[in-house]
Write a protein that binds this ligand. Structure first.
Ligand code: C2E
Ligand code: MG
Ligand code: MG
Length: 481
């Protein structure tokens, strides 16, 4: 070797080594070994197959991904159409997976998904297919069935397979799933079938979770309506179609107005006034509630500013949206708005529900501390018998008893005693108590007997528009004088 060749080797060797290292790193990322790329038997078509496999596989669970599942479903539909047989798609969604991620971290969340994938695979027949289409959503393809009844035992096995607790790093995690089922050909072709299974799954969730539902035509109408509402809601924000109504909370002894609750209404250009129970669920689902409630807070500040310029001082309570709980800047933004409208922080109170706290256990404590530091009070709303936890009462200033309780107070002695104990507990924790949905004199009398601090309900006034609010507050003030 001459000097020149030596020089070439010295330059080329490190470069080749570097190239080798880079290739090894890239292969590791793709899940391939160098052997795969460089062994003669694996060159050409085989490496292509391998890359194709990777593109069709969900990296976390090794199940077919959405693309692969759709391809297999298409092939199965073609077979089914030829043989005039039926097949089913099951949309499987974990109930409350987010709190698991929030409480134990993403690593544990990932392990839970891997275990779920294994258990689902084991619960299915060999001829069926399970895929993961993202997040906590899985799809199952069940072929060669004669009737809906053939699907039931398979779906029951799926639900049952997830009932045993999962143990990870000394944590015992319990999970459940909601399953929606759509059947080919009656519930649609490929795309429609997946949408149908999805809306059946939402009905299963709405019905209390850990259940399954078959798709039916009514759901189709409901899901079409939901899509239409999505479009309308987006326009509503742009066209400023929301409006705030206000309902008084009165002192149970003096009947003086101690605060007002802001309640949103949607003035739909064609459908008229729409109540929040009709659109809030859809707005949450489409991720629009954050912006809508931001508008509610701003409008409430504007109203307070106007009232104060008329010499009227009152506190407005605003219902927080679940979505806002996840916003790390929530309290800072509220404080910024209060400052912009030159309002004391005590002018606003926010109402949350136990469910929000339950679904966001980590954010709950942080948020409560942030609100306290900012001098803004929090009320626990809709406190009733279901979905309520007394554990969260330590962190709030006000307890609002739901109609579930107030409506039953005169039904029997036990309801009365239970309400009495609840009010005493709240008082022992230094909370004020509001009874919601008071419609009759009898209810009002009983809650006064039990030392409930405030009353709210149609008996003392239905929600009124922002326009009528000053008049309502003035009249109330004059009446007390
Ligand atoms: P909520 O916060 O518990 O509000 C009380 C609901 O009970 C209101 O219904 C009110 O109109 C109604 N109500 C008051 N007194 C009586 C009564 O004596 N009898 C009966 N039957 N009902 C009474 P609305 O305005 O339809 O609101 C329903 C729910 O929607 C609210 O329950 C709250 O959870 C939610 N919501 C309302 N406005 C907003 C908002 O701006 N943002 C968010 N995130 N949620 C809101
Ligand atoms: Mg409320
Ligand atoms: Mg309530």
């Amino acid at each position: 070797m001459g000097n020149f060749e030596y020089l070439l080797v010295w330059i080329a060797l490190p470069a080749l080594l570097l190239l080798g290292l880079l290739a090894a790193h890239a292969c590791k990322k793709l899940g391939l070994s160098l052997h795969h790329l460089f062994s003669p038997g694996n060159s050409g078509p085989h490496s292509h197959t391998e890359l194709n496999r990777i593109a069709m596989t969900d990296a976390l669970t090794q199940l077919p991904n959405r693309r692969a599942f759709k391809q297999q479903l298409e092939a199965a539909i073609t077979r089914s159409a030829r043989q005039e047989s039926m097949l089913a798609v099951a949309f499987i969604d974990l109930d409350d997976f987010k709190p698991i991620n929030d409480a134990y971290g993403h690593h544990v969340g990932d392990e839970v998904l891997q275990i779920v994938a294994k258990r689902l695979g084991a619960a299915m027949r060999h001829c069926d297919l399970v895929g993961r289409i993202g997040g906590d959503e899985f799809l199952a393809l069940i072929e060669d069935i004669k009737s809906d009844q053939d699907i039931v035992p398979i779906v029951e096995r799926i639900i049952h397979s997830l009932q045993d607790a999962i143990h990870i790093n000394h944590h015992e995690i319990t999970i459940s799933v909601s399953v929606g089922i759509a059947v080919y050909p009656k519930d649609g072709d490929i795309d429609r079938l997946l949408i149908s299974a999805d809306s059946a799954m939402y009905h299963a969730k709405g019905a209390g979770k850990n259940q399954f539902r078959f798709y039916d035509k009514e759901m189709g109408i409901a899901s079409d309506r939901l899509l239409e509402m999505h479009q309308d809601l987006k326009l509503a924000l742009k066209r400023d179609e929301f409006e705030l109504y206000f309902q008084p909370k009165v002192d149970s002894k003096s009947f003086e107005i101690t605060g007002i609750e802001a309640l949103i209404r949607w003035r739909h250009p064609v459908k008229g006034s729409i109540l929040p129970s009709v659109f809030i669920h859809a707005a949450e689902r489409f991720g629009l509630m954050d912006r809508i409630n931001q508008w509610v807070i701003e409008e409430s500040c504007r109203t307070l500013h106007r009232l104060r310029s008329m010499g009227i001082q009152v506190q407005i309570s605003i219902n927080l949206a679940a979505q806002q709980f996840r916003d790390p800047n929530l309290v800072a933004n509220i404080v910024e708005l209060l400052n912009r409208f030159d309002l004391p922080h005590s002018c606003l109170m926010f109402e949350i529900t136990s469910l929000m706290a339950l679904n966001h256990p980590e954010q709950f404590n942080t948020k409560m501390d942030e609100f306290r530091e900012a001098g803004i009070d929090i009320a626990m709303d809709d406190f009733g018998i279901s979905n309520s936890s007394i554990a969260y009462l330590k962190k709030v200033r006000q307890l609002k008893l739901d109609r579930e309780i107030t409506g039953k107070i005169s039904e029997d002695r036990k309801s009365y005693e239970m309400t009495d104990a609840l009010i005493r507990l709240a008082h022992a924790l230094d909370l004020t108590v509001v009874a919601e949905g008071i419609e009759t004199e009898a209810q009002s009398r009983l809650f006064r007997q039990l030392n409930c601090d405030m009353l709210q309900g149609y008996l003392f006034g239905r929600p009124v528009s922002g326009e009528k609010l000053p008049q309502l507050l003035q009249q109330a003030r004059n009446a007390v004088k």
